[in-house]
Structure formats: structure tokens, C-alpha cells
Ligand binder design. Structure first.
Ligand code: GRF
Length: 193
């Protein structure tokens, strides 16, 4: 079976990116990351990609006249790579309908809350402030709506009395990295998720 060809999209730290790259290095995921796409020049995820000798596609939205131009430019770079999956891992730009339709059933996202609850950019904060007793993460296929689409996997933990925003953030990151690896391992083995 040939290795699956992945693109990873990230905007900041790149903790999920790192977990995926390490799992590929351990031969746990039968895949190769063909490119890391990042919309924040200087973000730490770019350094992580470079440490693994992965090509990067870095841009700033202000370099484009419109979101359409920006996405057309990204698509132009991605199509020749013949990707199997586009993995959003902390990518903070919302993808247009056109972009999503260009890669049907190929885009997956990780969201740091138990969807359909707490969509949006502040899932951890919103869930914590709401006072939920169970928090978690969701990996899902991306459709035209934000933080929406068929759920692939979720994991969760109980919030303890002494938890703070910082400790639940740590707990979210601790469960999302292995979950993303587990999902990609299955998808890249052609197992249905
Ligand atoms: C993660 O919590 C992810 O679930 C969310 O953004 C964060 C990105 O973290 N979408 P990192 O850049 O992977 O460290």
C-alpha cells in the first residue's frame, strides 16, 4: 500500500503538527507530509516543519486582494501534490465553500471542544467558562459550515474542582495529539472512520 499524501494546515504553535510528524517518523502512520500551509509568517509551526525538512507554504492574508485570490493561490500550489488528505491542525482561517468543494471528503479538522457544542475560535475558554463537567476534543470532516461536518472521533475528560483554564488547556492538548495520530493511522490504512 502506498503512503498517503498529506498537507497540514496550521497557524501557530504546531503541537498537533509535531505529534503527527513524530508518529510518521515512528512509522505509526503510513503517510508523508508533502507540505505545511501556514497563514502566519514567523509562527512556530513553520520551524517545526523545517526541522522535519517539510516544504512550507507561508503567506499572510494581507498579501492578497481577496480571500478568493488567497485560496486560489493555495489551491494552485496544492493540486499538483495529489494530496489524499488536508489536515487542519490549529488553522485559524475559515475555508470557503469553493475550497471545501475542491477537496471533497479530504479535509479534516481538530476542534478543542465536544462538537456540536462550543464551536468557534475559543472552544476551550467557552466550555470552561460555561462550567461543563466534561470537556474534550473532536476530529471531523470539514464541510461548508464552521466546525461542522461528519464526526470522526472524540475524546474527553472530567473537569476536576481544582482545574483552571491553564490545566484544562493542558489536558485538551494531551488528548488531542494522540487522537489525531490515531485517526490518521486509520485513515491512511484505508480503514473507515
Ligand atoms: C488546538 O487546540 C486545536 O484543537 C485547535 O487549535 C489548537 C492548535 O494547537 N484547533 P497547535 O498549534 O496544534 O499546538
Amino acid at each position: 500500500m502506498s503512503k498517503k499524501r498529506l498537507a497540514i494546515f496550521a497557524s501557530g504553535n504546531g503541537g498537533n503538527l509535531q505529534a503527527i510528524l513524530e508518529a510518521i517518523q515512528r512509522n505509526e502512520i503510513e503517510a508523508e507530509v508533502k507540505i505545511v500551509v501556514c497563514d502566519h509568517p514567523g509562527a512556530y509551526c513553520i520551524k517545526r516543519a523545517e526541522q522535519f525538512h517539510i516544504p512550507t507554504l507561508v503567506f499572510s492574508s494581507k498579501d492578497f486582494a481577496s480571500k478568493r485570490d488567497e485560496e486560489d493561490w493555495i489551491i494552485k500550489h496544492l493540486l499538483p501534490l495529489q494530496l489524499d488528505y488536508l489536515c487542519l491542525a490549529g488553522y485559524m482561517r475559515i475555508l470557503s465553500k469553493k475550497f471545501v468543494h475542491t477537496f471533497p471528503n479530504q479535509i479534516i479538522n481538530i476542534h478543542p471542544a465536544l462538537l456540536p457544542a462550543f464551536k468557534g475560535a475559543h472552544g476551550i475558554l467557552d466550555a470552561f467558562q460555561y462550567g461543563v463537567k466534561v470537556m474534550g476534543v473532536t476530529i471531523h470532516y470539514v464541510d461548508e459550515e464552521v466546525d461542522h461536518g461528519k464526526i470522526i472521533a472524540q475524546d474527553c475528560f472530567h473537569v476536576e474542582e481544582n482545574d483552571t483554564l491553564e490545566t484544562v488547556e493542558e489536558k485538551i492538548h494531551a488528548i488531542e495529539h494522540p487522537l489525531y495520530v490515531q485517526v490518521l493511522k486509520k485513515l491512511c490504512h484505508d480503514e473507515s472512520c
